[in-house]
Design a protein around this ligand. Structure first.
Ligand code: NAD
Length: 271
């Protein structure tokens, strides 16, 4: 039974691997025997990550790459093919909100700078589309592979103060369904595309809006927990099992799903 969940020996490209969520998944992947290509725009993030992964006894390389730059992704794909001959898994994790694109409590939509809207939508939408275009093309030639995107609760229903991030994550969910359909119609069950939609996890990008400097809950996080039947935030490691499942043989007939991992936030009516 356990074998159908195996990702042992699979070559997995993880964008944003220098970050919190990418780091947690990368570590769980090397522990499960995958060969990890950790990709990030920031060299300093990668150096730390690759050392951690190899210290765990895993096979891992770090590649500096920009998910918004096709030539840099093409160069990475060539290097991976030269080293390991194939790409089995793509985890599109690079992304997140940017400070200027979050409206302060006393701001309205019309105060937002359009440049910040452009940055946040570009990173979260195109930062998923471009790596899928480059690494997914390798998978199409192999006629096998699995792509996992990161959507968000903000894609499912309106979350105040984060318009650009929400719109871009809604685009990620839609693109997941579109590409899943396209790949299955062309390559049958060979290339699958799915997404996870994490609920509320305390990370570097949202710590300041969810926790006060003394660690107590902000007014916003009190509301989040009141709408989360499990009444707690997620632990970043609670995403790892779902991602591995979606990449494995156990999910061989699953494509185009956007799986909420949210303690029930998305299904609670508030009553
Ligand atoms: P993080 O900021 O810790 O990590 C993001 C990483 O992406 C960083 O290492 C950064 O250097 C890298 N990056 C940024 N721009 C890049 C680019 N152009 N090319 C390549 N790499 C780039 O963020 P995180 O909390 O780990 O979030 C990762 C993903 O999970 C994001 O898509 C985010 O929207 C999503 N998410 C996070 C949460 C949460 O609570 N943390 C909830 C829902 C969804």
């Amino acid at each position: 039974m356990n074998e159908i969940f195996s990702i042992e020996g699979k070559v997995a490209v993880i964008t944003g691997a220098g970050g919190v969520l990418g780091g947690s998944i990368a570590k769980s992947f090397v522990k499960a025997g995958a060969k990890v290509v950790a990709m990030d725009i920031r060299q300093e993030n990668l150096d730390v990550r690759v050392k951690e992964l190899t210290d765990l006894g895993g096979e891992a390389i770090g590649l500096v790459g920009n998910v918004l730059d096709i030539p840099s992704l093409d160069a990475a794909a060539q290097e991976i093919i030269k080293k390991w001959g194939r790409i089995d898994i793509l985890l599109n994790i690079a992304g997140g909100n940017i400070p200027g694109a979050t409206l302060a409590p006393d701001q309205e939509f019309f105060d937002m700078k359009i440049a910040d809207w452009d940055k946040v939508t570009n990173l979260n939408m195109n930062g998923t589309v471009y790596p899928s275009y480059v690494f997914g093309n390798v998978m199409s030639k192999q006629k096998s592979g699995s792509i996992i995107n990161i959507s968000s609760m903000a894609a499912l229903q309106s979350i105040t103060r984060v318009p650009g991030y929400s719109a871009a994550k809604a685009a990620v969910s839609n693109f997941t369904q579109w590409l899943a359909t396209e790949m299955s119609m062309k390559y049958g069950d060979g290339v699958r595309v799915n997404a996870i939609a994490p609920g509320f996890f305390i990370g570097d990008q949202n710590r300041a809006v969810l926790l006060n400097p003394d660690g107590s809950l902000t007014e916003r996080s009190v509301k989040v927990l009141a709408n989360t039947p499990m009444n707690r935030f997620g632990d970043i490691n609670e995403l790892n099992g779902a991602v591995q499942f979606l990449c494995s043989e156990a999910a061989s007939f699953i494509t185009g799903v956007v799986l909420p991992i949210d303690g029930g936030f998305s299904i609670y009516s508030g009553v």
